[in-house]
Design a protein around this ligand. Structure first.
Ligand SMILES: [Zn+2]
Length: 400
């Protein structure tokens, strides 16, 4: 099947995950795509298994002397925007003009979305302005399935054994749950879940969360002089004692941040939640110290209050695992050269499922999909870039 046809078929299936759900996978409709993929794999003669947690594993034989290489992507779509009744538009021979998104009145503007300037003459797939597209990550799924079809035409001695994994619930952070590296059987793998094909990501943030709890002392406000300790005022002071510029809206690239995500309180008690992020674990630990320092400073001013800090580890930068498996980057670099893409390493400013797979035993960098503006109505994909990614997978897995 052609890549475009596959991609359109997949995006039309609603597979949105659900944060509130306690089931695994979080929504049963993700099986609509998982079961279709299983059927398509079996039609290609590839044995596939969907386990009790909705993870699809498949394996294809190659030269047994070569390492098994894995590829993975996720079937669910983001929560920010509807993924129901996706009605993709295909624009051929793109002419560098703004693109009207159906009857919605919305436009993909070339001024706003710079990437479009590079795509003259290409085939673009957009939304009709009423839903997301779901290229995140059905572009990845379609790329892997198309690459597999090509892979099967290679001589068995010439190819690495291939392992495929499609997961649900990536968008709600549960993708790597129940991941079984032994069942997967890959020495190393690649998630196909990024944007621009030219970026390889072998780094993601180290991540912690912090809970700040303040206790004050409530007194009738008419009678409060020198007695009341207002927890809200104390928390405000604490917030102001943290570094001012280390916030998401003022950082980029490899700069980390402390991001306040919620605040609530009364005179008696107040609390705030934070996420702390940095590619460098030493600096992340320094950020924790900054919280301790802010606490001390605040307590000096409000000695009658109490502040409790609770930190939790969330995820880690996969680089430390990837560095121990140099083949995974060497293989990717060689493949990029073969296909003729000038690649760059770009650290991910977030977490990836691949980071968790890495720590569970399968080193797993993240590669692009040729799709952009994920999680919203302006999402689009470029067919030629998706095709490049198919070629890249073949270049990785083929041994000449
Ligand atoms: Zn994704």
């Amino acid at each position: 099947m052609e890549l475009l046809e596959r991609f359109i078929n997949y995006v039309k299936i609603d597979t949105q995950s659900d944060e509130e759900s306690v089931t695994t996978p979080s929504t049963m409709k993700q099986y609509d795509l998982l079961n279709l993929l299983k059927k398509e794999l079996e039609e290609l003669g590839v044995k596939a298994e969907i386990d009790q947690y909705g993870r699809l594993y498949a394996k294809v034989n190659g030269n047994p002397k070569l390492d098994t290489i894995g590829f993975c992507s996720h079937v669910d779509t983001a929560l920010e925007c509807s993924g129901k009744n996706v009605n993709p538009q295909v624009i051929r021979n793109y002419d560098l003009k703004d693109i009207s998104l159906g009857k919605s009145g919305l436009y993909l503007s070339i001024k706003e979305f710079n990437k479009l300037k590079e795509l003259k003459g290409k085939t673009l797939i957009t939304t009709d302005g009423t839903t997301l597209l779901g290229a995140d990550d059905k572009a990845g799924v379609a790329i892997i399935m198309t690459a597999l079809e090509k892979y099967l035409t290679l001589d068995e001695n010439q190819r690495h054994p291939m392992a495929i994994l499609f997961t649900p619930d990536e968008e709600i952070g549960r993708g790597p749950e129940h991941f079984d590296p032994v069942k997967y059987g890959a020495k190393y793998a690649y998630t196909i879940d990024g944007a621009d094909p030219k970026y390889i990501s072998i780094e993601n943030f180290n991540a912690k969360s912090a809970l700040v709890e303040v206790k004050g002392k409530a007194i009738h406000p008419g009678d409060a002089k020198n007695k009341m300790v207002n927890a809200i005022t104390v928390l405000n002071e604490f917030i102001n004692n943290l570094p001012k510029d280390m916030v998401p809206e003022k950082t980029e690239l490899r700069e980390g941040f402390n991001h306040i995500t919620s605040i609530s309180g009364s005179v008696e008690e107040a609390k705030a939640t934070y996420i702390l992020r940095n590619h460098d674990m030493d600096i992340l630990n320094k950020q924790v110290e900054d919280f301790e320092t802010a606490k001390e400073k605040t307590m000096q001013k409000f000695p009658q209050s109490s502040i409790t800090l609770t930190f939790k580890d969330q995820y880690r930068n996969m680089k430390e695992v990837i560095d121990k498996c140099p083949e995974v980057t060497r293989k990717a670099e060689e493949a990029y050269k073969k296909v003729g893409i000038n690649f760059e390493y770009e650290p991910t400013r977030g977490g990836t499922d691949g980071a968790t797979f890495s720590f569970l035993g399968t080193p797993c960098p993240n590669l692009g999909t040729g799709s952009y503006n994920h999680h919203g109505k302006f999402e689009f994909a470029c067919l030629e870039e998706m095709e490049q990614m198919v070629d890249l997978i073949i270049a990785i897995i083929r041994e000449d």
